[in-house]
Design a protein around this ligand. Structure first.
Ligand SMILES: *Cc1c(COP(=O)(O)O)cnc(C)c1O
Length: 433
């Protein structure tokens, strides 16, 4: 019934997360509310770390893709777990630096980094800037030159892999705004340019083929393509690159019939390909970087709402409205993402009410899901949407001037606020007349 190990049901028939009663949490902190289980997040981090140890002899790092859920508390957890960090903007970088995240473990991505962001990255001394295109390469070289620095970079490559997922989150193919294409020779040109630039140290290559992927084969294929390219570069330039970043994208269980692959199995299969390809191509095993985002935080979170209006349209559908919606979870309106939901104060009962879960925003498309089975819902009940730890808070907006919900972290039977609920005054704080 539950999609995550950190969820359960207690003797009152209430949903629990990390052992705490969600109905009590909703009462204490108000709704809508994001709740995350810190132990689940740490367990997920450790799985990745141990698989790097197991399959690459520790020669690699798992960098948490912070765009999935970025705040001080999350950066601190990733830091304490010995993870690296993937950031894609000046704001994420600033958040990481605010908790003194070790800059050398930061990977700075983005297909259109601004001058200010590149300057900020150079100033902090981030470990690797993942360069997306030639404009950025030249800009970076000149900004580094004017500061008397050299920038350590990787190139973002499009390996040309179809990752069998929703096309909006498919990024490895040639028609993508991210990265340099192999087929056209664009990537090889960029490599040669980088090797000739005085303030650029080309350290390795990066690819990220998509998100919420349940197959192993696209990852294996991507590793193979990338290693072949490293061999091509060695042949054409005499330079062997020693770092390979294989990105993130590991799928998680949003609904009970999702069957994600165990992380260890991804790692094992891909590491076999890496070892075999390196032997065949005469390469040293590169330092391997992976960048899980969703699979670190997704299954550690739930969103709690208070149910309001229940609108039954005979022979059509029943709308159950909650006090949040697309402003705190835009994933249904963006990608028709599936979620599993339940009435948190009736979790022990049958889920025999088929509903469309609606948000409170002025958009007909503002839904959490359609055709969802939940327990008989009444106004005032608490609704829990599961596996909302990734790309919910981080994608939240103030549409309809809704203040962003609080984020509460649960650990060792206790709870604490890690992001305060936004107030109306905070909504106005940048308004000028
Ligand atoms: C989004 C992203 C990730 C993380 O993807 P998940 O699907 O959340 O694991 C990793 N690397 C890059 C470059 C990304 O853009």
């Amino acid at each position: 019934m539950f999609v995550s190990d950190c969820l359960n049901v207690n003797e009152l028939g209430h949903l629990t997360i990390g052992g705490l009663d969600t109905v009590a949490l909703a009462e204490r902190y108000g709704t809508p509310l994001y709740v995350m289980d810190e132990d689940q997040i740490r367990r997920n981090c450790r799985k990745y770390k141990s698989s790097i140890d197991r399959f690459y002899g520790g020669k690699g790092i798992a960098a948490y893709a912070s765009k999935a859920m970025c705040c001080k508390a999350m950066c601190k957890i990733a830091m304490e777990e010995g993870m690296g960090l993937d950031v894609v903007s000046g704001g994420e970088l600033y958040t990481a630096m605010s908790v003194n995240f070790p800059a050398e473990r930061i990977y700075f991505h983005g297909n259109n980094k601004t001058v200010e962001e590149i300057a900020q990255a150079l100033q902090y001394g981030v470990g690797r800037i993942v360069v997306d295109n030639l404009t950025e390469l030249e800009l970076l070289n000149s900004l580094a030159a004017s500061r008397g620095k050299n920038a350590d970079i990787m190139f973002r490559i499009k390996p040309g892999i179809d990752a069998h997922t929703h096309q909006f989150i498919r990024t490895g193919q040639i028609d993508s705004k991210f990265g340099l294409a192999l087929e056209t020779g664009e990537a090889m040109d960029a490599v040669k340019k980088a090797l000739a630039l005085p303030h650029i140290n080309l350290k390795g290559l990066h690819c990220h083929i998509g998100s919420q992927i349940f197959d192993i084969s696209p990852f294996e294929l991507a590793a193979q393509v990338m290693l072949r390219f490293i061999a091509d570069i060695k042949r054409e330039t005499g330079v062997e690159l020693h770092e390979l970043n294989l990105g993130g994208g590991f799928g998680i269980k949003y609904v009970p019939d999702h069957q994600p692959v165990e992380y260890d199995r991804y790692m094992e299969s891909v590491s076999k390909v890496v070892h075999a390809a390196c032997a065949e191509l005469g390469l040293e095993i590169p330092y391997i970087i992976i960048e899980p985002g969703r699979s670190v935080v997704g299954d550690a979170g739930v969103t709690l709402y208070t149910i309001g209006a229940v609108k039954e349209i005979p022979n059509v559908r029943t709308y159950v409205s909650v006090d949040g919606g697309m402003a705190d979870n835009p994933r249904y309106i963006l990608y028709q993402s599936e979620y599993h939901a339940m009435v948190a104060n009736k979790t022990g009962l049958q889920r025999d009410m088929k509903v469309t879960l609606a948000g409170k925003c002025c958009e007909s498309g503002d839904l959490i899901g359609e055709g969802m089975l939940i327990q008989q819902a009444k106004p005032g009940d608490i609704l829990a949407v599961l596996a909302t730890g990734a790309y919910n808070y981080s994608m939240a907006s103030n549409y309809n001037r809704l203040p962003k919900p609080a984020v509460v972290m649960v650990k060792d039977g206790d709870s604490r606020v890690v992001i305060r609920r936004e107030s109306y005054d905070e909504l106005l704080q940048n308004d000028l007349l």
